[in-house]
Write a protein that binds this ligand. Structure first.
Ligand SMILES: Cc1ncc(COP(=O)(O)O)c(C=O)c1O
Length: 424
């Protein structure tokens, strides 16, 4: 079964339709007939998923090779993958883990963050960037975002520092590294431990600095919607040998040496298997090709949507070399709160995958309840969050598919505003 067929089959079974990240279009099937509202029968075009990994024979062979050996865990592939990621991120050390979330958890512990500490972070991200602070019983202190970069607003960070502040978890939202240099400076001035949540930015640069090279440590994620994937997996990168050794111990049940039943500390099983690492090595070997394909898709979207008067496109900066994780557009202020969700439904009805990256973290029910956050607390993040729309984005998205997404989207946007009293 080919990749597209497999995905289509999964969608048809509804298996993936509830997954918030690679949310695939749940209804239309390739060439299937659908009854339009008017009652007539029409042929639906093939659905376009939100996300799809880029897996070739290189990756399949690499995984099969490992399966022909007896070493499926704790072996040479993990070491090789770690060396490759350390090189790309410009770091001395890399520690492979079972997910980006696991990596962030280890990083919090290795940074000595715990109960009684405050950690500054963004309210506009995937929830794991805050959850890691909660895992160690520290308190997240949210700082509102800059609408251009969608990252934490650097100018507001210093004001959030208190005597209890121990660290900053700075996220490169959608892989955008702009502002990271300045955040690093603020963290240094206030002697805070900076952890770079670079789960969305593998392969990008700001100036000469690779993503992953900021602060005490960076953490990558390799879920299948990322630039490169290991199925599930993550990587902590750092220049601090002690920090790296501590993370190695944490991921391996608190062991420090080779003795299997000697545990120096409370640890976890956060190891990455040899199979996943082999997949990662193969993906890294194709990194330039994958990033170039993603760049072309992003540019194709930019060209087609640049003069659309209803949208705000990703802001690019001269010194920033994005590695393009997703393509997220923002509805402009002609739209009302609630429009975005209807637009997403209309897109899905047309077989186009999309999602609302990201709902504000401070308003996620368990976080709002725990800390008493309410709507209006972080107005920029909330404003942006109500209007962002992630469109299908992956390396093998064809120009024809980008054309279709843009045409359908523009039609839906025009329809949404038709009949409204407005300024357009
Ligand atoms: C910003 C950010 N942080 C952390 C994570 C967690 O990574 P994982 O899903 O590998 O646990 C993600 C994953 O999507 C992410 O986007």
């Amino acid at each position: 079964m080919g990749q597209t067929q497999a995905l289509t089959a999964l969608v048809a079974m509804g298996t993936l339709s509830d997954d918030p990240r690679p949310a695939l279009y749940p209804r239309a099937r390739r060439g299937s007939c659908a009854r339009a509202q008017s009652g007539d029968i029409r042929l639906m075009p093939a659905p376009i998923p939100l996300s799809q990994p880029d897996i070739t024979q290189v990756e399949i062979d690499a995984v099969l090779d490992v399966l022909h050996t007896p070493v499926l865990s704790i072996g040479p592939k993990v070491d090789e993958f770690e060396r490759a990621v350390a090189r790309i991120s410009g770091r001395r050390q890399a520690v492979a883990v079972s997910s980006g979330t696991a990596g962030l958890h280890c990083a919090m512990l290795a940074a000595g963050i715990g109960a009684g500490h405050e950690v500054i972070t963004t309210p506009f991200s995937f929830v794991a960037s805050t959850n890691c602070i909660l895992y160690v019983d520290a308190k997240p202190v949210f700082v509102d975002i800059d609408p251009k970069t969608m990252n934490i607003d650097v100018t507001k960070v210093a004001a959030a520092v208190t005597p209890r502040t121990k660290g900053v978890v700075a996220v490169e939202t959608f892989g955008h590294p702009e502002g990271m240099v300045e955040i690093e400076q603020v963290a240094q001035q206030h002697e805070l431990v900076l952890i770079e949540d670079c789960c969305e930015g593998f392969g990008g640069h700001v100036g000469a600095r690779p993503i992953g090279s900021f602060g005490r440590a960076g953490v990558f994620g390799f879920y299948p919607n990322k630039q490169i994937t290991t199925g599930e997996g993550g990587m902590i990168v750092t220049d601090d040998d002690v920090f790296a050794d501590y993370c190695r111990s944490l991921r391996n049940q608190g062991r420090e040496g080779m003795a299997w039943l000697a545990h120096q500390r409370l640890g976890y099983n956060y190891r990455l298997s040899e199979i996943n690492a082999a997949l990662g090595i193969a993906q890294v070997s194709r990194l330039e090709e994958i990033l170039e394909k993603r760049r072309k898709v992003a540019h194709a979207y930019m060209e087609r949507l640049l003069d659309c008067r209803f949208l705000i496109l990703p802001t690019l900066f001269d010194d920033t070399h994005m590695s393009w994780f997703v393509f997220v557009v923002r509805l402009n202020d002609l739209f009302e709160v609630g429009d975005r969700d209807k637009i997403m439904q209309d897109l899905r009805n047309e077989g186009i995958g999309c999602n609302n990256y990201f709902p504000p973290i401070h308003l996620q029910p368990f976080i709002a309840e725990k800390f008493g956050f309410k709507p209006g607390d972080f107005p920029v993040a909330e404003y942006v969050s109500a209007r962002t729309l992630a469109l299908p984005f992956f390396s093998n998205l064809s120009t024809k598919q980008v054309d279709r997404v843009c045409k359908v989207l523009i039609k839906i946007l025009e329809k949404t505003l038709t009949g409204r009293k407005g300024r357009f």
